[in-house]
Design a binder for this molecule. Structure first.
Ligand SMILES: Cc1cc2nc3c(=O)[nH]c(=O)nc-3n(C[C@H](O)[C@H](O)[C@H](O)COP(=O)(O)O)c2cc1C
Length: 218
């Protein structure tokens, strides 16, 4: 695929079909993601991919936690939206407004998004990206570059994705199911699969005009 088609074609998919992804494709996208840059080539990331029985266990664990209204406990702190800077708050507000407009009513948008969240978007696989607990903030930046490279590599193979905070809300349980040591922090879960033709997947987020974020100084 041409590079700009890969970049603009990647978007967050919130309903995956039952089609599985072969292990060889999963290996291929992780091998490509390894070419992401990192501080002094420290390559702080590791990837744990859940499929099959392990993924079912994770989905069941989420259903239990959500039914019991268990409080989320992610390894990275979450900040209330009102504490974010004004510019980023405005972007988040627009995203929420656009999602609601994509559906007929607020209630429909809310129920579809909640269902997507509760089922982990019916992902065929989830790639959990970790970094060691003993690392500087720079490694978080490195793992972001790794995550985006992984999603672009997936898109190039026709595999859809969504990075989610949702999938790392209960890191201790994920570590236990996937055998991840407590010396590793869960950064993000990248849900992978093939998009269904559902209305929810037709939504496309937009971006602010480039001049709002770019300044070139000669
Ligand atoms: C770190 C991170 C966490 C995210 N967590 C969620 C999530 O929990 N649920 C969700 O529906 N989308 C989540 N997203 C997807 C964003 O909403 C999405 O990337 C953004 O709206 C831009 O849309 P696009 O990915 O389709 O370009 C997350 C994205 C990132 C980068």
């Amino acid at each position: 695929m041409e590079f700009d088609r890969v970049v603009t074609g990647r978007h967050s998919v919130r309903e995956f079909s039952e089609r599985s992804i072969s292990h060889s494709k999963l290996r291929q996208i992780v091998k490509l993601a390894q070419w992401a840059p990192s501080w002094v080539n420290s390559q702080p990331w590791k990837v744990y991919i859940a499929t099959g029985k392990h993924l079912e266990d994770i989905k069941a664990m989420f259903q239990q936690k959500d039914a019991a209204h268990t409080k989320s406990n992610p390894d990275l702190a979450v900040m209330s939206r009102t504490q974010w800077n004004e510019r980023t708050q405005a972007n988040m507000k627009k995203w929420r407004h656009d999602i609601v407009a994509h559906f007929s009513t607020f209630d429909e948008a809310h129920s579809k998004m909640t269902r997507a969240m509760n089922t982990l978007n019916s992902a065929a696989a989830i790639a959990y990206i970790t970094i060691p607990t003993q690392t500087p903030d720079w490694s978080i930046l490195d793992s972001g570059a790794f995550a985006q490279t992984l999603m672009l590599a997936a898109k190039d193979l026709g595999i859809d994705s969504i990075p989610t905070y949702n999938s790392v809300r209960f890191p201790d349980e994920i570590r236990s199911i996937l055998g991840i040591p407590t010396t590793e922090r869960l950064m993000v879960g990248i849900e992978l699969g093939y998009a269904t033709n559902s209305h929810i997947n037709h939504y496309r987020s937009d971006r602010v005009p480039v001049d709002e974020i770019l300044k070139i100084e000669d």
